[in-house]
Design a protein. Structure first.
Length: 344
């Protein structure tokens, strides 16, 4: 492995490879080419469509209402389009979902937005919804007059997982700490989970995904972030198992037998078909101390000063493309999207 180098704004001439065995990746931190008229802000999630286009959402700044929150790039990092200024100041979750012959973009908003929406891949709105009042979890006005308010009675959705029947789960990861279930038209049906640290309880259920890996019954996985664990459930919300050993697991993706878990604490984890750790990409305990130092000061670095190539700060989301490459979105002030090109 090449020695770590300080990250600058210039692309590296030297290949930097991380990982082990059949899971080695070339690190490309400066992969996406953003036009000068736009700026990177706090990057949150990343998703890929069937044609290989990469969609990136950032939280954005509430005072820059005319700036888009969603950027789209081709597989080489060339800019394609931007949209989604309505999610400025609270853009969060992002998934591409195929429905019949069409693909759609599903988005969540937190902070003052408190919404979730279905869009076309060009950004046209199909529907937009707010707090599910039928759940009896939220105070009056949470669905009509959202405010920037946190708490267990707030609606702060984070991410989606899509069911075989076209419905979906929606994690209220920053709000009620529940998982809501909706039908294919976005109608609320039920929920599971409560705040806490026992099996079946949550402390920031931030990420969610359907585990349909070969050789097992399909289930839903929840990245129970502040409890430092993953939890598996049936589609009816019955707890199946809990897996610890994480620090701040933020999200989940699956490719073949491999489970991908971006950990907000400076690493990306790969698990095998038996949920055993294959590798922690970027793991370095001494580097983690630097990342956490002085109130996580490094994440606010305006030009990436102090960042190290091949090391992560705060992986907030990650996903595979069809070729097994991994795209990582990090929770840092000036945004950071890393492409991990699979080399073995």
């Amino acid at each position: 492995m090449a020695a770590p180098r300080v990250l600058t704004a210039q692309k590296s001439e030297q290949q930097l490879v991380i990982g082990t065995g059949e899971h080695k990746y070339e690190v490309q931190h400066n992969w996406a080419q953003l036009p000068d008229k736009y700026t990177w802000q706090i990057t949150h999630n990343v998703a890929i469509d069937a044609e290989g286009l990469v969609y990136i959402i950032h939280e954005g700044r509430e005072n820059l209402k005319d700036h888009p929150s969603i950027f789209v790039f081709d597989s080489d990092g060339k800019f394609v389009r931007a949209f989604g200024n309505q999610f400025q100041g609270g853009g969060h979750g992002l998934e591409v979902h195929t429905e019949g012959k069409e693909q759609f973009l599903y988005v969540t908003g937190y902070q003052q937005l408190k919404n979730f929406a279905k869009l076309t891949l060009k950004g046209e709105r199909v529907w937009e919804k707010r707090a599910p009042m039928d759940s009896n979890l939220y105070p009056e006005g949470e669905d009509t007059q959202p405010k920037k308010r946190w708490g267990r009675d707030a609606f702060m959705p984070t991410n989606y997982a899509f069911l075989p029947d076209g419905g979906f789960f929606l994690a209220d990861g920053y709000g009620s700490y529940r998982v809501h279930r909706y039908d294919k038209d976005g109608n609320w049906k039920s929920l599971f989970g409560t705040p806490g640290n026992k099996d079946g309880e949550f402390n920031t259920p931030h990420g969610i995904w359907i585990d349909n890996r070969p050789g097992r019954d399909a289930s839903v996985i929840v990245a129970d972030r502040a409890n430092a664990r993953l939890q598996w459930f049936t589609f009816e919300g019955k707890h199946i198992k809990t897996l610890g050993g994480f620090i701040l697991p933020a999200n989940i993706d699956v490719r073949g037998d491999v489970l991908l878990v971006p950990d907000l604490s400076a690493r990306v984890t790969l698990l095998d078909k038996d949920d055993k750790v294959i590798t922690h990409l970027g793991e370095d305990s001494e580097w983690r101390k630097q990342v956490l130092k002085d109130g996580m000061k490094l994440r606010g670095s305006p030009k990436g000063e102090g960042w190290v190539s091949g090391k992560f700060l705060h992986p907030h989301d990650a996903c595979f493309d069809k070729d097994g490459n991994i795209f990582v979105a990090e929770w840092v002030q000036v945004g950071r999207i890393t492409r991990l090109r699979k080399v073995s």
